[in-house]
Design a protein around this ligand. Structure first.
Ligand SMILES: Cc1cc2nc3c(=O)[nH]c(=O)nc-3n(C[C@H](O)[C@H](O)[C@H](O)COP(=O)(O)OP(=O)(O)OC[C@H]3O[C@@H](n4cnc5c(N)ncnc54)[C@H](O)[C@@H]3O)c2cc1C
Length: 393
């Protein structure tokens, strides 16, 4: 017997959970996840930072529009806690600071600092090496688990259903609705939402849609002890102006990343030893942080469309196939605004007013921007090999 829904959402990371929560208010929603638990891929592996000057102008608009959601919560745990964020430069990198500060979507949100002011915030930075920074006016640590669980709770409260260990392996449209095979379940719905993260193009091909050129890129995170005798808890996140590395306090430790962007196929990512060593080396070129041992490291996939803007909207050729992919390195901090936007487009109500006023357009998000005009949709692929619960942190 086939279970009937209005919307099948594939992928229970932050993207799938967010849009499912919104749509469950007036749709029968089912959220399908291939893993035994949700958030085992990109969502569970992020650096959990909210930086509203990160990414391109569209990402900044989505992040700035999400800030209210994160701050307005009056329950525990809070979605965000204040965390400064400074973008640092050496002498030969000052042009990068000037270029960033001159952008209209950045200028109102930053304050310029000189080398002494930077070291007053992070005393372990070497004098004479870091000479300037831009300090963000509104940056935060995000409680990713609290945000993700909030969306799932909201969805369940509205009658939505989450099925884990349910890899979607077939997705067929018969002219009226989709039949979706997920593990031992068969579901019917007129709308399928592609929130499959790194697997977005894989799912699209399975449904007979033209892929949009999503590229998963591996990023590594490393946890080390803070320097002895130094209180690092209040340090801001320190990001290299050219994004070659960053470090930030993390639950009594220091999180370092080489800000790697290694293109890979979708898979359960794991850290490469060399990237771990590069993370430590790059941080140690600017800061006096001795590393006796790496306590823990992990990697995750940040998945980008070719223009680094998310892909959101109905496929123009495959009926009822809706894209919500390509969140790159910004999927948590943009989730509130992107979920609302996606749900509005699913309901065919256009871009929400506040985002439209901020300059976000349907055309810049549409999957059609990467699909050959007039080209036929492809034959559905039926060779998907699910991970089947092999993923681990
Ligand atoms: C190291 C690192 C640091 C980051 N730091 C930040 C940060 O500081 N701030 C920020 O905002 N963002 C950050 N990001 C980015 C952020 O984590 C992602 O943009 C976001 O999590 C993407 O969410 P998603 O739901 O699209 O993808 P995912 O969380 O990967 O979810 C997609 C889900 O789809 C499931 N799936 C795929 N195919 C199928 C199928 N066929 N059937 C069923 N299920 C399927 C997968 O199992 C997966 O659970 C970081 C990412 C990494 C890796």
């Amino acid at each position: 017997m086939q279970a009937q829904y209005d919307v099948v959402v594939v992928g229970a990371g932050i993207a799938g959970a967010g849009v499912a929560a919104d749509l469950s208010r007036d749709h029968r929603v089912v959220l399908l996840e291939q893993e035994p638990q949700p958030a085992m891929h990109a969502t569970g592996r992020s650096a959990a930072l909210f930086s509203e000057i990160y990414g391109n102008a569209c990402i900044r608009a989505l992040s700035q529009a999400s800030r209210g959601f994160f701050l307005d919560r009056d329950e525990e745990p809070a979605f965000v806690t204040p965390r400064g964020c400074i973008h640092i430069a050496r002498q030969d990198e000052l042009a990068g600071i000037e270029a960033l500060a001159s952008e209209p979507s950045v200028a109102p949100f930053v304050t310029a600092l000189n080398g002494d002011e930077v070291r007053a915030l992070v005393p372990v930075l070497f004098p004479g090496v870091v000479v300037a920074a831009l300090s963000e006016n509104h940056s935060y640590d995000l409680d990713v688990d609290a945000i993700h669980q909030h969306f799932l709770r909201q969805m369940r409260g509205n009658g939505g259903v989450l099925h884990c260990s349910s890899p979607v392996t077939r997705c067929m449209h018969d002219g009226r609705a989709w039949t979706v095979h997920a593990g031992d379940r068969v579901l019917r719905a007129p709308i399928v939402i592609n929130a499959a993260g790194a697997w977005g193009d894989v799912l699209a091909k399975m449904a007979g849609a033209q892929p949009v050129g999503l590229q998963p890129k591996r990023r590594t995170a490393v946890i080390v002890d803070p320097p002895q005798g130094v209180d690092s808890a209040k340090w801001p996140a320190v990001i290299h102006i050219g994004e070659k590395f960053y470090f930030k306090p993390e639950a009594g430790k220091i999180l370092m990343s080489p800000a790697d962007e290694t293109p890979v196929d979708p898979h359960d990512a794991y850290p490469d030893e060399l990237d771990v060593a590069i993370a430590v080396d790059r941080v140690q070129q600017v800061a006096d942080i001795a590393v006796r041992r790496v306590e823990h490291s992990w990697a995750g996939l940040r998945t980008f469309a070719p223009d680094k803007t998310p892909v959101v909207g109905y496929d123009s050729r495959v009926p009822g196939f809706f894209w919500l992919t390509g969140q790159g390195g910004y999927g948590i901090q943009t989730a509130p605004a992107l979920s609302e936007l996606a749900a509005s487009l699913v309901r065919r109500r256009g871009i929400p007013d506040a985002l439209a006023a901020a300059g976000v357009t349907q055309a810049e998000l549409a999957p059609a921007r990467f699909q050959a005009p007039g080209g036929a949709s492809s034959q559905p692929e039926t060779s998907y090999e699910p991970i089947n619960g092999q993923a681990s942190r």
